[in-house]
Design a protein around this ligand. Sequence first.
Ligand SMILES: Cc1cc2nc3c(=O)[nH]c(=O)nc-3n(C[C@H](O)[C@H](O)[C@H](O)COP(=O)(O)O)c2cc1C
Length: 197
Amino acid sequence: MYYETATNNHGLPHDPLKALVAPRPIGWISSLDTKGRPNLAPYSFFNLLSVNPSIVGFSSGTLKDSQRNIEVTGEFVCNFASVDLIDSINTTSKTVASDVNEFELAGLHEAKSRIIKAPRVLEARAHLECEYVKTVELPNDENDIIWSLVLGRVVAVHIDDDYIKDGLVDTLAMEPLTRMGYMDYGVLGSIETRQRP
Ligand SMILES: Cc1cc2nc3c(=O)[nH]c(=O)nc-3n(C[C@H](O)[C@H](O)[C@H](O)COP(=O)(O)O)c2cc1C
């Protein structure tokens, strides 16, 4: 099949694009609002974009609480999304009033961060403490949803010691939860290793 995005005439019941750029890592973003209330939500338009400096980014479709909080407070945490937490992660995607604490909504616990004020998800196996860098508004036409790429610099990294084996992070054992298309999540099956040419 073939279609052009100007018309989106794919003829399918749902837009197939997100099922093609998959699996996507999930940035499970925690932040604080100006009154110090915690916020937590999953973002799968998310990735590590560079190292040294280590920059992460996620895209928000419309201005949501995470983006709003981060732009005002200047910090956030990317919590590691793992398969065992799928229902908690899913619950924290619920559209709720900005004063609702999604940690409580999903029965999760807060852990203090070391450098920033925003809390970490205690149950997560790794955390990136991040300082806000800037927001890049993505190109859009009239009537489009406005998407913004929120960039942050990783200033501290927490890893559960149980997942460090012979000096390497055992990502397979950490069971990263990923986002596929539609309502689907992905689970990592195996790892193949090759030396670079
Ligand atoms: C797995 C998953 C990934 C998501 N990824 C995104 C995303 O990349 N960008 C986005 O705007 N919304 C995304 N959402 C929806 C947000 O999580 C949802 O709108 C949430 O309520 C936003 O919360 P906030 O207002 O507290 O930031 C995703 C939802 C799920 C379940």
